[in-house]
Ligand binder design. Structure first.
Ligand code: NAD
Length: 469
């Protein structure tokens, strides 16, 4: 068995994805892409690159628009596949399909964006152009938790702006990646999917036939990928984990703040990079703590196929083990479990939504990303203390503050070390057309999403056109 954690890479050369709700349900099994497959993919990509980058932009736009229409037409089927393969609750899975359609449409239009700038030339006669051109062959390495949206927000800008793409999806989400790719009817070699785990992924950064690597996943893997790519002179971006704080200031209405915070911490079993992991309560915490516990207990847990479910299973048995172990460690270190802490009766890989208080800021639950429905509640003496706690981890993806005091909200927002700051809004649910990414250990390289993606998927060439003489 080849292992990447407890990933679903089984046997010497098979990738298997199973439903986290019903682990006896095998969603699919594929040969793991070998070194030979990687070579073949890179060769095919390089062969088609010159034609694709010269294809008229309206053609590329039309192909992405057609893909959006195909996905839209299959929305319910693809949402159900997402529920089955990664355990994402149906309502959220539907929203992810809709978001993916929107991403494809958005980049279909972006294909027609200006290709650069014209600048005044020093000699007053020449034309000086900064022309945006595609990077070339880009490798996209993606996680399982947004099995459609993340591959889409990488491949759509890549293709729109004339790159060709090799997608290495997470093994746990292989069926979703293949289904998404099937919506893109493109010339052979323009978009290739390589099913596989860490072994396949490792072959891409640093490969001499690849020009750029875009990664989303954990910090440890992201750093290895960024290191290997940079050492080979490849452009690289890596979006990684978070340990996202929300600060609740004393003037915030406890009931109004508690509900969105509970959702942001626990929906999809806390398996979002933007999930709230730490709730920092300034001043007397009793009323807010009560409201939060109540809001978490009210979240419907169970079968992700049901529309009303908010908290489904975690992705794997190993993942469940890691979450429970972190809770046990917190207990052993003096933490108090306010709610949850155990395993609900469902057959799949479920963990009850869990709130823990009384852990120190250096405790694992407070300092490190535990990818599941678990969240630490931390008291803060005052605003300065809260900001220090919020900024006190190595992560910096997203942070939020709840208050009715606009001046204070602005001050705190300005002091938070995070790529994204939300005021009176959940840490989750960032708009698809706005720049997305973290600071510190959470992000490396240019931002993703929206027009910000141009910084990564194109590079400018400065061209001087002189009349001569
Ligand atoms: P992961 O890091 O284990 O895997 C991500 C991808 O990298 C997978 O495709 C995996 O097969 C591949 N991979 C594993 N080892 C590799 C190696 N040595 N070289 C190359 N590729 C390798 O992450 P995951 O468990 O799939 O996803 C969960 C993590 O992703 C969490 O940490 C979460 O916070 C993070 N995440 C971040 C964002 C973001 O935009 N910041 C979004 C979603 C998820």
């Amino acid at each position: 068995m080849s292992r990447s954690g407890d990933r679903e890479v089984r046997g010497a050369d098979r990738v298997r994805s199973v439903s986290p709700h019903d682990p006896s349900d095998v969603v699919g099994e594929w040969p793991e892409s070998s070194g030979k497959d990687v070579e073949a993919a890179v060769t095919a990509a390089r062969r088609i690159l010159p034609a694709w980058r010269r294809a008229p932009a309206p053609e590329r736009a039309a192909l992405l628009e057609a893909a959006a229409r195909r996905l839209e037409g299959a929305a319910e089927e693809v949402a159900e596949l997402t529920v089955r393969e990664v355990g994402k609750p149906l309502t959220e899975a539907r929203a992810e399909v809709a978001r993916t359609v929107a991403i494809l449409r958005y980049y279909a239009q972006a294909a027609l964006d200006p290709e650069g700038q014209t600048l005044p030339a020093a000699d007053g006669r020449s034309w000086l152009l900064a022309r945006r051109r595609p990077r070339g062959v880009v490798a996209l390495i993606t996680p399982w938790n947004f099995p459609l949206a993340i591959p889409a927000w990488k491949l759509a800008p890549a293709l729109a702006w004339g790159n060709v793409a090799i997608l290495k999806p997470a093994p746990e989400a292989t069926a979703c990646a293949l289904r998404l790719a099937s919506c893109l009817e493109l010339p052979p070699g323009v978009l290739q999917v390589l099913p596989g785990g860490a072994g396949t992924g490792r072959m891409l950064p640093g490969h001499p036939g690849i020009d750029a690597v875009s990664f989303t996943g954990s910090v440890a893997v992201g750093r290895a990928v960024a290191g290997a790519a940079a050492a080979a002179g490849q452009a690289v971006q890596a979006e990684m984990g978070g340990q996202n704080p929300v600060i609740v200031l004393p003037d915030a209405d406890p009931e109004r703040a508690a509900e969105p915070i509970a959702q942001a911490a626990m929906a999809f079993a806390g398996q979002k990079c933007t999930a709230t992991r730490r709730v920092i309560v300034v001043g007397p915490a009793d009323r807010f703590r009560e409201a939060l516990v109540e809001a978490v207990r009210a979240l419907p847990v169970g079968d992700p196929r049901r529309e009303e479910t908010v908290v489904g299973p975690v992705i794997s048995e190993g993942s469940r083990g890691r979450v429970l172990e972190a809770v046990e460690q917190a207990r052993a270190e003096g933490g108090r479990v306010l709610t949850g802490g155990g395993i609900p009766p469902e057959a799949g890989w479920y963990v009850a939504p869990t709130l823990v208080e009384g852990v120190g800021e250096r405790a694992r639950l407070a300092a490190e990303e535990v990818f599941g429905p678990v969240c630490a509640v931390l008291p803060a003496r005052d605003v300065d203390h809260a900001v220090r706690l919020a900024n006190g981890t190595r992560y910096g993806l997203v942070a939020a503050v709840h208050t009715d005091d606009l001046a204070l909200a602005m001050e705190v927002a300005d002091r938070l070390e995070a790529g994204m700051v939300r005021v009176n809004a959940p840490t989750t649910g960032v708009d698809f057309h706005a720049p997305f990414g973290g600071v510190k250990a959470s992000g490396f390289g240019p931002r993703e999403q929206g027009r910000a993606a141009d910084e990564f998927y194109r590079v400018s060439t400065t061209i001087t056109l002189s009349p001569g003489g």
